[in-house]
Design a protein around this ligand. Structure first.
Ligand SMILES: [Zn+2]
Length: 431
């Protein structure tokens, strides 16, 4: 009796959840679920190929796997070649030539941070999870995207949709110059109404999240000069304070005067002494100096992350002012800045887009989606298109330890992500 009641109640609840979905949407969900074992196999095939950013052959091979899948769904594809000097694989672009509804751009990347010779196993299933190179960052998300599109195709609703896909080959170490490496993506962003990026999804406070804002990524280099002299003269007008004291003044002033919410800057390496050098390839500094000689040279490498162009400009101006005025006697300093990823500030349109995504997830019985605090996420490709379209990130797989030896993925998050993405894309391309 009790058991009967429980089953009946479960059936009513399930019926209620599905009632939020239209008839084609229910078929979309069924199509994703039917493919789940095959989706895991597709993920395994693409993860078993090393595709470290500096292994262009591997990156291409992964791209060929996805290319075949997308062509089978009616996409036309091509490779965007990069100049040979850039030493990058280029990008895979796929276009679905629909005529109706909103134009949607889908973003993934083929490369991983794990270069050839990495000790991390390519693929290692551990119960409900799988550990491996790039499983959650972001081949899991790439497969979610493809499976979502496949489900739309399977139920016959893909045909009118205007969808473009870009899988970049150098997300983890973007090729230089940046303007060349991201030119095609920017052009695609300009003709899209929405950009959906499938980087790993984050769970925060027990709720799945998506990102509508991501902070810039870039850095600065501080060079400081002093007069080399015997240490007994330090603090005197003739000998001055030396490069190391001046560096300490500057860094302390940064900390006291530049900090504000959503802004961070971290000095990650410092070298000072009589002679210093820095090797970029190995990120290694060396210094020669003696305690009885006033330091002649100092150098600091730092990063800088901000949420809007205005915030970045404000931070750079304050830092520049600290560096170029108030210098201790006998010292001088200069600072240079570099921006790799532009900031993606939060917008009202972005918030509304997450509401559509969240509604699709809830209607499928998969819970709501919250907006993730941008302080909790690094930089990503979606930032390059953010100035031209409405972007959202974090539609990918759920995992832990991205970029570390323990990067893994919750296998069930592939199906969950594909259902959410399929319904989301379906609703967007119908609107
Ligand atoms: Zn990534």
């Amino acid at each position: 009796m009790k058991r009967w009641w429980f089953l009946a109640a479960t059936a009513v609840l399930a019926g209620h959840a599905l009632a939020q979905l239209s008839e084609p949407e229910q078929r979309i969900v069924a199509a994703v679920k039917e493919r789940s074992p095959a989706a895991l196999q597709l993920l395994e095939r693409s993860v078993r190929i090393n595709s470290g950013t500096l292994n262009p052959d591997g990156v291409r091979a992964v791209g060929e796997i996805y290319r075949a899948e997308l062509e089978a769904l009616g996409f036309t594809t091509h490779w965007v070649e990069m100049p040979p000097a850039m030493k990058r694989a280029g990008h895979l672009v796929a276009t679905h030539p629909g005529t109706a509804g909103k134009r949607v751009l889908l973003l993934g990347h083929l490369d991983t941070v794990f270069e050839q010779g990495s000790s991390v196993p390519l693929w290692e299933v551990r119960g409900e999870r799988v550990r491996g190179q790039g499983v959650s960052d972001m081949k899991g998300g790439d497969v979610i995207m493809i499976e979502a599109l496949r489900a739309l195709k399977a139920v016959g609703v893909l045909d009118p949709a205007q969808i473009e896909v870009m899988f970049t080959g150098d997300e983890e170490r973007t090729g230089s110059p940046l303007e060349t490496a991201r030119a095609e993506m920017v052009a695609m962003g300009k003709r899209a109404d929405y950009a959906l990026s499938f980087e790993g999804s984050n769970r925060y406070n027990g709720v799945d999240t998506a990102s509508i804002a991501r902070r810039s990524s870039g850095g600065w280099v501080l060079h400081v000069k002093g007069k080399p002299a015997h240490s007994m003269g330090v603090f005197s007008a003739r000998s001055g304070y030396g490069a190391i004291y001046e560096t300490a003044r500057i860094l302390n002033a940064f900390r006291e005067q530049v900090i504000e919410p959503s802004l961070t800057f971290n000095p990650g390496l410092i070298a000072g002494g009589t002679d210093i050098s820095y090797a970029e390839g190995t990120a290694t500094a060396s210094a020669f100096g003696k305690s009885n000689v006033i330091a002649r040279d100092a150098q600091v490498l730092g990063d800088l992350r901000y949420l809007s162009p205005e915030q970045g400009e404000r931070a750079r101006q304050k830092m520049q002012a600290i560096v170029s005025s108030g210098n201790l006697p006998g010292t001088s300093a200069s600072i240079t800045f570099k921006e790799n990823y532009p900031p993606m500030p939060p917008t009202e349109a972005g918030r509304r887009l997450v509401e559509v995504y969240s509604k699709a997830s809830q209607d499928a019985g998969l819970g709501r989606i919250d907006v993730l605090d941008p302080a909790l996420r690094g930089a990503g490709d979606v930032q390059f298109v953010a100035p031209y379209t409405v972007g959202i990130d974090g539609l990918g797989a759920a995992g832990t330890g991205a970029h570390t030896d323990d990067e893994d993925l919750e296998i069930a998050s592939i199906e969950r992500g594909a259902i959410r993405a399929a319904l989301f894309i379906y609703r967007l391309t119908r609107s």
